[in-house]
Design a protein around this ligand. Structure first.
Ligand code: BGC
Length: 765
């Protein structure tokens, strides 16, 4: 290795720092942070302004890395910048060979040899794909979700990556928005718990370990509140919603030690998030004391021009850095203009120092200064990618993500022998769609299809008929998939096959690339001709099990009314077909609960369980018109938040509170008995909600405040405990702080947000 740079400084000791070898010599012991800060400062002192700005610059992978050196165009410019120490991070470069090639340039050819960080969207797995995040959220299983993130981290770290742009912790209430698939749904409490689980899974205990990567809480903030559910659209959200609904998972991420944040494409109340000082400096780095760094979203600094907030790329750079965006992802605004802006006095050099310091610190935390090639081990890569243990892990996660929405006529679980089963739907035989939207490192055709999964159950007679495609033309990550097919030529064959079957399993819904970024929809029904196919098959054989594949809540009122069994199977990743087959055949008893409300009709959207009551809630005289309702549809959802069935049944009884009121130092113990009254062993998510009856700011009709997962054998009863204390009832009040207000409350306990037992309690200061 060419360079060993050293710098020393005297405090009461001498620290020698090396970029390539681990050399720390110290006569006294500093705390870990102290040493780290001094190491960071020692590097910073060596750097020119341009080199510091370089650390703030992130480029997308730009040429065939191991191929010939680019001589002209954008790639050549990026290559030159890299050699000149003007790049701090790369994204979308993956695989040890490529990562090492670029790291070598950074370490050996630049003046200071500062290593790069390599980022990638490891959103639900790298190559071994786990369920989409919304599906994982439906498991409510924090241990399993953490494991799933840890699998993704281990696989990604083995190919040289250091950083995932996940978790997305945006609370989402609008199913039209395609990115609901990427988050944890509509609830800030559940969303916060899951954010923490994912961050712990990605980052582990030690960022220098070979199986951990940096996490990134995104998109800060308000992105999911895009008007009319259209991606990237304007966001206008009041302070109460921001503080009580949008911020909590971000705050929980900071508290869990997330090392990076990503800002957002949207404007928030007139100011683009990327240039938003309130969000980044006041809230994140101020109130919350976040000491990691903030990366912009892709090109979002430059997009402030289109927003009408900056006149050109230079002014956009000025606004973004002043607002607290530390790293520029693909706008080339910082590298082009920051030095000049400093000279002109428009940007304080101390802000550049602060941003560079944050980024360097994280590089130290990853161990990159000690060994820039720490994550570049081809043997480890080969032994790790696609490991059997990963497949086992994502299968477990997939089974737990499935939600049973309806099971009348006890069609499910399927009998294991002597049955004629007909499987219908293009998605049933699709080995790519289950990989979902964010799976850019996974190869096409690598998921287990439902057909393959069901073939494992050999004692039934299984026939597969496609019936109809979902879309026409190509379904690729960067291309539109809006062209739903109109071709019904396969209907007759499907109808004929269904006629003689004991059970018809129909796998319908959205292709994996019909949700995700840029994929908003105004219609939440089954795309294309699938609804018609379902109705036609139903006419000849009503014994249908409908298996839904989708990345967002769908509006399927006809199916709910007519189809006896409905299974929500999302996009479940590499092991999708095995997970679905095991649930259909009862080898796994479904235990998922919806993390997002399913509407009856797209016109109800945004629809969510924790809504406010209005001054005119349900009226006693339903014929009266002057109350908050629709004249053509009910207010209630098709399937509420927290809802999900099991092959067994659970009965709730004996809701007890040890006292009816509590004060600041006290608490109330809540217990409830849950009994398995059915004939299968089953898992239940017992949920606790509260309602603050009146407050200084109006409160939702229900708010999730706790949940417990229990397993019950047939006939078994368990007592479940919850504690209510001051923390449980705190919210962002009219005093503009989080606090508990005195008053009357209601609590609800049950197996969903609607089917609950309730009791009253008081908080007295
Ligand atoms: C998305 C981010 C993502 C980034 C990098 C953007 O389009 O909004 O969530 O991390 O691209 O791929």
């Amino acid at each position: 290795m060419r360079i060993v740079k050293t710098v020393s400084f005297v405090i009461t000791s001498i620290i020698v720092l090396s970029c390539s070898n681990k050399i720390i010599q110290s006569k006294v012991s500093f705390s870990k942070d102290n040493v780290l800060d001094r190491r960071v400062d020692s590097v910073l002192k060596l750097m020119t302004l341009d080199e510091k700005i370089g650390q703030l610059n992130q480029y997308n992978g730009f040429w065939e890395i191991t191929g010939p050196t680019p001589k002209e165009g954008q790639a050549a410019k990026k290559y030159e910048d890299l050699k000149n120490g003007l790049v701090g991070s790369m994204l979308n470069v993956k695989g040890v060979i490529d990562v090492r090639a670029l790291q070598k340039i950074a370490v050996e050819e630049t003046r200071l040899g500062i290593p790069l960080i390599f980022g990638f969207d490891v959103i639900h797995g790298y190559k071994t794909i786990s369920p989409i995040p919304l599906a994982e959220a439906a498991s409510w299983d924090l241990v399993e979700i953490k494991k799933s993130a840890a699998i993704a981290a281990e696989e990604a770290a083995s190919v040289g990556l250091n950083w995932t742009f996940a978790p997305m912790v945006d609370i989402a209430r609008d199913a039209r928005w395609g990115r609901v698939m990427e988050g944890s749904g509509e609830d800030p409490y559940l969303g916060s718990q899951i954010a923490v689980a994912r961050i712990q899974g990605f980052q582990g205990e030690d960022l220098t370990a070979k199986n951990t990567i940096l996490a990134c809480a995104k998109h800060f903030a308000g992105y999911a509140f895009a008007e009319s559910g259209r991606d990237y659209n304007t966001v206008d959200v009041g302070e109460s919603t921001l503080q009580n609904i949008v911020f909590p998972p971000f705050k929980a991420s900071v508290d869990a030690g997330v090392r990076t944040f990503m800002n957002s494409f949207n404007e928030l109340n007139g100011i683009p998030a990327t240039g938003n000082k309130y969000l980044q400096r006041q809230i994140l780095k101020g109130d919350w004391n976040f000491d990691g760094f903030v990366v912009s979203d892709w090109g979002s600094i430059n997009e402030m021009i289109a927003h009408g907030y900056a006149k050109d790329n230079k002014q956009a750079a000025e606004i973004a850095i002043n607002a607290g965006s530390d790293m520029d992802m693909e706008s080339s605004a910082y590298v082009a203009h920051l030095a000049e802006l400093v000279k002109e006095g428009k940007v304080e050099e101390s802000l550049i120092d602060d941003a560079a310091r944050r980024i360097l610190k994280v590089k130290f935390e990853l161990g990159l200064f000690d060994n820039p090639y720490l994550y570049c081990d081809e043997n480890y890569e080969k032994a790790t990618v696609g490991k059997k243990a990963f497949h086992d892990g994502v299968l477990e996660m997939a089974k737990k993500s499935i939600v049973l929405l309806k099971n009348e006529k006890q069609l499910l679980p399927l009998k294991k022998s002597g049955q004629k089963v007909v499987l219908i739907g293009a998605l049933a035989n699709d080995k790519t769609s289950p990989l979902g939207s964010w799976r850019i490192a996974a190869d096409d055709e690598t998921a287990v299809s439902v057909l393959e999964g069901m073939k494992e159950y050999k004692n039934n007679q299984l026939t597969y008929v496609k019936g109809a495609n979902v879309t026409e033309g190509r379904t690729e990550f960067v291309w539109e998939t809006k062209i739903n097919t109109t071709d019904k030529s396969g209907f007759q064959e499907a109808i004929k096959a269904a006629k003689g079957a004991d059970v018809v399993v129909m796998v319908l819904g959205e292709h994996g690339l019909q949700s995700g970024e840029g994929r908003s929809r105004t219609d939440l029904g089954l795309p294309g001709v699938q609804q018609e196919l379902l109705e036609q098959v139903y006419k000849v054989n009503p014994n249908i099990v409908l298996v839904l594949n989708n990345g967002r809540p769908l509006a399927i009122p006809w199916a709910d009314e007519n189809i006896p069994s409905i299974v929500e199977a999302w996009h479940l990743g590499t092991q999708s077909g095995n997970a679905i087959a095991q649930v259909l055949y009862g080898d796994y008893n479904p235990s998922g609960k919806l993390p997002m409300t399913f509407p009856r009709n797209v016109g109800q959207v945004p629809i969510y369980y924790n809504y406010k009551n209005t001054g005119r809630p349900v009226m006693n005289e339903p014929e009266s018109v002057f109350w908050s309702h629709y004249s053509d549809e009910k207010n209630t959802p098709l399937y509420p938040f927290g809802y999900g069935l099991s092959y067994t049944q659970f009965e709730y009884s004996n809701l007890e509170l040890n006292q009816k009121s509590f004060s600041a130092e006290g608490s109330i113990e809540v217990t409830v008995n849950v009994k398995n009254t059915g004939k299968y062993t089953g898992k239940e998510v017992v949920q606790l909600y509260i309602r603050d009856i009146f407050a200084s700011v109006t409160r939702p009709v229900k708010e999730l405040k706790g949940f417990e997962m229990i397993v019950l054998q047939p006939n078994e009863t368990k007592k479940v405990h919850f504690t209510i204390n001051k923390k449980t009832i705190e919210f962002y009040t009219a005093n503009s702080i989080w606090e508990a207000e005195e008053g009357d409350f209601k609590l609800f306990v049950g197996g969903s947000s609607v089917k609950t037992m309730d009791a009253d309690f008081q908080y007295v200061k």
